[in-house]
Design a protein. Structure first.
Length: 162
């Protein structure tokens, strides 16, 4: 994608090119179910409409629509955008799986760290309050870790909410 961006719209300024490419990319995302010709026609139609309403996205683009080279470059970029969208959609399941695995690894790491730390005063206080509120016999908390206390508190909360 980066390579094709450098080859297209060389006659435009940097700002014009950048704004046009980002606008076309979002436009193609909205209309990705249509084919390239339909997207191109719709884009030209929309820009002409906005120009006639005196509210164009790009004031300079109407004159460019008359140039065959500009239209061909638009087609190339639309095709490239569609390819990128297809690739992203194909990789979506892989990315979701990867996120899930990373989340699990982060959880395991956090639990490992918590298993080596002493419980906080707040945890101890909350555990004692829960035990007294629900008339549960308190367990001796000396030598327990944060993870152990967290699991005990979670177990009490699960039992009482059921």
């Amino acid at each position: 994608m980066y390579y094709i961006k450098n080859m297209l719209f060389l006659e435009l300024t940097r700002n014009q090119k950048s704004s046009l490419l980002s606008f076309i990319k979002s436009f193609v995302k909205k209309h990705c179910e249509k084919n390239t010709e339909e997207i191109l026609d719709l884009f030209i139609e929309n820009e002409t409409y906005y120009y006639e309403q005196h509210n164009p996205h790009f004031e300079w683009i109407i004159t460019e629509f008359e140039k065959e080279k500009f239209i061909e470059e638009l087609k190339k970029y639309i095709i490239e955008c569609k390819k990128q969208i297809e690739i992203k959609n194909k990789q979506k399941s892989f990315a979701e799986t990867q996120k899930k695995v990373l989340k699990e690894q982060k959880q395991k790491l956090q639990e490992r760290i918590m298993s080596k730390q002493e419980p906080t005063k707040k945890q101890l206080y909350y555990y004692e309050q829960l035990c007294s509120r629900h008339n549960i016999k308190k367990v001796d908390t000396t030598g327990l870790s944060r993870l152990d206390l967290k699991n005990m508190i979670g177990k009490i909360l699960d039992e009482t909410s059921s």
